[in-house]
Design a protein around this ligand. Sequence first.
Ligand code: URP
Ligand code: ZN
Ligand code: ZN
Length: 482
Amino acid sequence: MATTLITNGKVISPTGVQPIDVLIDGEKIVSLLSPGQAAGLGIVADKVIDATGKFVIPGGIDVHTHFELPFGGTAASDTFETGTRAAAWGGVTTIVDMSLQRYGENVLDGLATWHAKAEGNCAVDYAFHQIVGGVDEESLKALTYLTENEGITSFKLFMAYPGVFYSDDGQILRAMQTAADCGAMIMMHAENGMAIDVLVQQALARGETDPKYHSLTRPSPLEAEATHRAIVLSHVAGNVPLYIVHMSAGDALNELAAARHQGRNVFAETCPQYLWMTLEETLGRPGFEGAKWVASPPIRSRDHDPDFVGQMGHGHQGDLWKGLRMNELAIVSTDHCPFCMKDQKDLGLGNFSKIPNGMGGVEHRMELIYQGVVTGELSLERWVETCCTTPARMFGMYPQKGIIAPGADADVVVWDPDTKTHIGINAKHHMNMDHSSWEGYVIDGKVDTVISRGLTVIENDEYTGRKGHGKYIKRGLSQYLV
Ligand code: URP
Ligand code: ZN
Ligand code: ZN
């Protein structure tokens, strides 16, 4: 087995930053050594990576991607091959994608389709959550079966998208009760889809068809209300662990924080787009360009709604950054769901409700959250905790993943804090999209080297990995349960 020594770097974990050398043997981390100790012990590694002046962090884990998702009359444009390669470019060594079951379909068939899409195609390791788009007797049995046998222990339900993935409150309660019985986690897309549909029809009737109306017809109180309702239902269902996906708004965060304060088993993630982007600068652009940023929940206005009082008086973004610092928000994921403008987003020309919902970002999460470290929003430790370690613990992959420690998989990123990253279609961009959602962003740091289970996949600005290296990870139950 080949050995690799990463020397002279500073290892970052949720609990600190320390000068440590990391020894890898084959697919595993085998030792953490003090600087120079390897030479003293007579260890001669096959490969030495000099990380002087650099950070050494666990490989990133993005727990919310949609590769090849059929949605909005088309399918997300990244395959497992292109998407996991872009992930590698972004310092991500594990992704958790959303396997799909729609109303009228069999869950196990949906899962088999997802395995067929992924197997033999991935550059980095992968796992699945299961979307349950049709809650009935059969899918509830499958929920228990997948938890106990297939390493799928988290199930996404939707309070949004009536007629597509939507579940009503009774279906949600039943799924939560089943999950509570077998220890699984319910993940919730929390937006009041029924009310949103009314606002959408009213807007279209007034001739309001531009992309910005996607955001204006999904106001943040309808995310807060759904968040509250999901929390209440999870409590009634026996305090089942509940994880709110892609939280975008300060008023939804208020509901989450209050429930956590009461000791409820409720967690949430946010995404870089909600931390950095505003409606005014994205969907609000003239013409159809705003379609690039149509995703749900929508990117929010710079300021809170006038009749809503946020947490800190700094708009939604200030609230979300504060939520991350305070561990009200546990994780940053991307909700990577890319669509090209040509032949995909342009399905909604003249009618914003027909624009496929989603944007791409799996390549840029580690960079964009590191920028929050540079601007003083987060500590280095919290960057690693929210992007690497907590994702592993939340979704039953720790300590195989998410930490630099002996026995863990050798998923390691060497991070250069002294080189800038220019994001853009003609700069750093490896996702299968004809535009970048992050065009023009400049990051004060850079992914230098990426190792996925012992294999170097990014080095010297080149992709050195291979399709099929990535393995399916069977997950255990969430390790955050009380
Ligand atoms: O707009 C989004 N978020 N598209 C992906 C599907 C989902 O709701 O997560
Ligand atoms: Zn969603
Ligand atoms: Zn999603």
